[in-house]
Structure formats: structure tokens, C-alpha cells
Write a protein that binds this ligand. Structure first.
Ligand code: AMP
Length: 486
């Protein structure tokens, strides 16, 4: 039988290195011969393939298939891929491969790779991923985020190969003269769209300027981003390949998306309680747009005996870590969170997302529901919609080119069921807008409708036997003349 894959000379890979598991080995060979992609088709170092096998990753995800070969060639990449698509391995594996490539036993002199992320939680998760993939190598990762001891971090900076951190704290170390980045061979900007949204554009550019000019740069974002992202791409990347995986409209195929209409926030709270009691889920996250609402909902849920944690920007690092750890361990099943606090959260088994408030943009919606349906798992995303959420919800439907499933909960059905009249776009038909005078900026007085003019061609039309008006000079009809008289 002839084996066919799109990858480079796969049989050159020593399959025996896949952890020595006969079952795994047989499966890999069988998959390979059926043309199913396998990790061993990538020209990765044997120690990395061993780690991949240890983690029981069998088939690369689409983003890994697209990005790993190009990254291994040393190209700069700009990758648009959703959270949960397996993008971390797509940059960590080629990065480790490059660091392993030469002088494997040289003493550690300075930082050789740096990964920038928008939040501490994401940085912590990424460090764990790096450690998992680097478990059979000598390579060492270190974390630099806010909220930790500055001096301890400064000492650690000299002992790591891979630095993983948030831009703010890294800049502080750069300003203090602690950060030497001129040996950096690979720079990764992960969740770049979010990082720039959070105002880190300048810090990111400064940190990239401190890195070796010959480095490779890999930029990952969940969305195609805006002007700031384009500017950073232009300044930081060199002739990058742009890989667009999963266009926004195709996101989270494993996640059902529903809406439930609500009359007001109190009604939404009752809906949340009902859903948490009646839905089947392993772990749930409920998003609110404000800290105040997050705290309020958290209080209500605790009062109803739900084991819950709340996560928002005012919570200190200890509380945030405790909330995430408890959720991961399964001691707590429910998390109430604002967007920034929950960014990039990767918790296994998170299969229910409730939008208490509708997110303010389509991209934010994508980020939120990206928490569920990860790596092909099933998920459910439910948005609670009051009359003032409707326009936003329908614009997000248009942005995603999807129509959310309409759902009602019989026991607590509200009065509001969406606008009575809808435009073709899905928006509510509103009252006519008053005209504004462009010169004065004041509303134009609406003229009282004139008395109903008689309909032409009916009342005005002379009846067959009515007199016809005829002008004296024969041009315009002025005087009636009986037809009969003609
Ligand atoms: P990420 O998008 O990198 O946050 O990955 C989401 C989850 O998918 C993580 O828990 C990864 O460990 C897991 N994952 C990534 N790639 C694979 C793969 N090829 N096979 C199975 N699981 C994977």
C-alpha cells in the first residue's frame, strides 16, 4: 500500500520515539497510511514528538497543519485563528524546535524566545503549555506578569530560555535595565488583537525593538483586528505569510447558539438561575458587561446556594488564581465574569456560556463563546436579550452571518418576545426619525397634514353626463358647459 500525505517525508521520522506506546504507534502508522495528518509528518525534533505523544495529541488541528511547516521554515506569520483552535501548540512547537536546533547543551546565557500575552491568566496557561511540550528538553520557561515580586522576577530573568509575560511588567523590567533581549530568536505576540485593544501597542512595539533584528516573529489573533493591528503588523513583522483559519462566521461549529428574550435584569437573573438548575453542563461561565452587575449576579447565585466564583478587574491576583484553580479542579462549576477577567481562559469542560449582557461587539461575542466548544467539544452559548439588547444582537447575527436559535422557557416566559415588526436586516422597525435642520441643528417643525385632497381621476373626473370646463379662449377649461348642450 502506498502512503500519501501532504507533509514532508514522514517516514523519515522515527515512530519509535512516540512515547514507546505500541497502541499509539500503530494508530499513527495507520492514520498516516490512510492520509490522515499526524504530528510525525512535521520535521520536529524527536523530543518534541515524544512530548506530543505523551500528551496524547494524535491529529494536528487545522491551525497546526497550516502554521507549523511555515514556522519551521523560519517565516514570519500573521495567523487569524480562534481561541481553542490549538494555536498555542502551533507556535510553541516550532519555537522549541528552533531553540533545540543548535548547541543543545550550551549553558543558558540569555533569553532566546519571548511570548507576549494580554493577561496574567493567559500567560500562566501558556507557560504550562510550554512546560508540557518542553518536558523532554533542557529548555526552561519563566513568567513575568504584574502582581508578583519584582526582585524575584529580575533574578529569574537570567535563568530562562523562554520568557512569557504581559507587556506592562516587561517594560518595567526593561526600564530597570533587567531585560536583555538581543539574543531573542523568536518573538510571539499571542491574542494580539486583544493586547492592542487593551492599549499595549506602544509597549509591544518597544519590546519588539529590543529583540534581535534577525528574529522570527509569529503573531496570532482571534480576529482580523483593526487599524492598530495592521500598523503593528507593518512595523513588527517582516514579509509575513497571512494564514486565515476559521473565518469569524465559521467559529465554534460545536457550539449551539441561542437567545432567550427577557423583560428586565431581574427577569434575566431568574433565567440564569433556571438555566443553571436545568441545563446539563459540566462547567458554566456567565458574562456581564460591568463589575457591578457581576457582583450583583454573584450575590444572587450564592444566595440561591450555587457554588460560584466571580472574576473581574477589581479582584486581586490571589482571588483570580483561586477562582480559576477551583474551576479547573471542578470544586466550583460556575464562574461569573467580565470580559477582561475571563480573556483567554482555557478550562477543560467549560460547556455552557451565558451572556447576561450582550457583548458590545461581534469580536467580543466570538471571544466569549470561544470559551466553549474548544478543540471540537460540544458547547452551548445562550444570550439573554432585553428590548435594548435586540439591535446589538441582530447586528452580531449579521456580522457572524448566523441566525441564533430562538428559545423560550415556559415556566418563566416574559412579556417581551422581540420587536413586533422587523426590518429585513433583523433590526426592529422604529418610529420615524424627526428631520433636523442642517443649518440650525434644530428639529424641523412637522407640518400639519393638509386636509385630504380629493383623489384625482375619481372625484375630479367629470362624469360622463357632467358639464365640461372649457376656457373662453379655448386654452384652459374655465366654464362649465353641459355636454348635452354640445
Ligand atoms: P489552544 O487553542 O492552544 O488554547 O488549545 C485548546 C486546547 O486544545 C488545549 O487544551 C490544548 O491542549 C488542546 N489541543 C491543542 N492541540 C491539540 C491536538 N492536536 N489534539 C488534541 N488536543 C489539542
Amino acid at each position: 500500500m502506498q502512503c500519501q500525505t501532504g507533509g514532508p517525508t514522514p517516514l523519515a521520522r522515527p515512530f519509535g520515539l512516540l512515547g514507546g506506546r505500541t497502541g499509539n504507534l500503530c494508530r499513527c502508522i495507520a492514520d498516516f497510511c490512510r492520509g490522515i495528518p499526524v504530528f510525525s509528518q512535521f520535521a520536529l525534533h524527536e523530543r518534541l514528538l515524544k512530548a506530543v505523544a505523551e500528551l496524547k495529541f494524535v491529529e494536528p488541528t487545522p491551525v497546526q497543519l497550516a502554521a507549523i511547516p511555515l514556522a519551521l521554515q523560519g517565516k514570519d506569520l500573521r495567523v487569524t485563528a480562534q481561541t481553542g483552535s490549538g494555536k498555542t501548540a502551533a507556535f510553541v512547537l516550532p519555537m522549541l524546535n528552533r531553540l533545540l536546533g543548535d548547541g543543545a547543551s550550551q549553558p543558558r546565557m540569555s533569553v532566546r524566545a519571548m511570548i507576549l500575552l494580554p493577561t496574567r491568566e493567559l500567560a500562566q496557561q501558556t507557560l504550562k503549555e510550554v512546560e508540557r511540550f518542553a518536558q523532554f528538553t533542557f529548555l526552561k520557561g519563566g513568567l513575568i506578569t504584574g502582581g508578583e515580586d519584582f526582585k524575584v522576577q529580575a533574578a529569574m530573568l537570567r535563568k530562562v530560555d523562554i520568557l512569557i509575560g504581559t507587556p506592562g511588567r516587561l517594560i518595567e523590567h526593561a526600564n530597570a535595565g533587567n531585560l536583555l533581549l538581543d539574543e531573542v530568536e523568536v518573538l510571539v505576540l499571542d491574542e494580539a488583537d486583544r493586547m492592542l485593544d487593551m492599549g499595549f501597542a506602544e509597549d509591544v512595539q518597544r519590546l519588539s525593538e529590543l529583540c534581535n533584528a534577525d528574529r522570527q516573529t509569529l503573531l496570532f489573533s482571534a480576529t482580523s483586528g483593526g487599524a492598530v493591528l495592521r500598523e503593528v503588523v507593518g512595523k513588527v513583522l517582516k514579509d509575513p505569510e497571512h494564514l486565515q483559519l476559521n473565518r469569524v462566521s465559521q467559529l465554534n461549529e460545536g457550539t449551539r447558539q441561542q437567545i432567550i428574550t427577557a423583560d428586565h435584569n431581574h427577569h434575566k437573573e431568574r433565567l440564569v438561575e433556571w438555566l443553571l438548575k436545568n441545563e446539563t453542563y459540566d462547567k458554566a461561565i456567565i458574562f456581564t458587561n460591568t463589575r457591578v452587575q457581576a457582583d450583583r449576579l454573584y450575590g444572587k447565585l450564592v444566595a440561591h446556594d450555587f457554588k460560584t466564583f466571580v472574576l473581574h478587574g477589581e479582584k486581586d491576583q490571589k482571588d483570580r488564581k483561586l477562582a480559576i484553580d477551583r474551576l479547573k479542579q471542578g470544586a466550583v462549576k460556575i464562574l461569573v465574569a467580565t470580559d477582561v477577567a475571563a480573556r483567554g481562559l482555557d478550562v477543560d469542560g467549560l460547556d455552557l456560556v451565558i451572556n447576561f449582557d450582550m457583548p458590545r461587539s461581534g469580536d467580543e461575542y466570538v471571544h466569549r463563546i470561544g470559551r466553549t466548544g474548544r478543540a471540537g467539544a460540544e458547547g452551548l452559548a445562550i444570550s439573554l436579550i432585553c428590548h435594548n439588547d435586540w439591535a446589538l444582537m441582530s447586528s452580531i447575527e449579521r456580522y457572524l452571518k448566523q441566525r441564533f436559535e430562538r428559545r423560550n422557557i415556559k415556566d418563566i416566559k416574559g412579556i417581551y418576545q422581540g420587536p413586533k415588526n422587523l426590518k429585513a436586516s433583523g433590526k426592529a422597525v422604529g418610529p420615524k426619525k424627526k428631520k433636523i435642520d442642517p443649518k440650525t441643528g434644530k428639529k424641523l417643525a412637522t407640518k400639519k397634514p393638509a386636509a385630504k385632497a380629493p383623489k384625482r381621476n375619481t372625484i375630479n373626473r367629470p362624469k360622463p353626463d357632467a358639464p365640461v370646463l372649457v376656457s373662453q379662449d379655448g386654452l384652459a377649461p374655465l366654464k362649465r358647459r353641459a355636454l348635452a348642450a354640445e
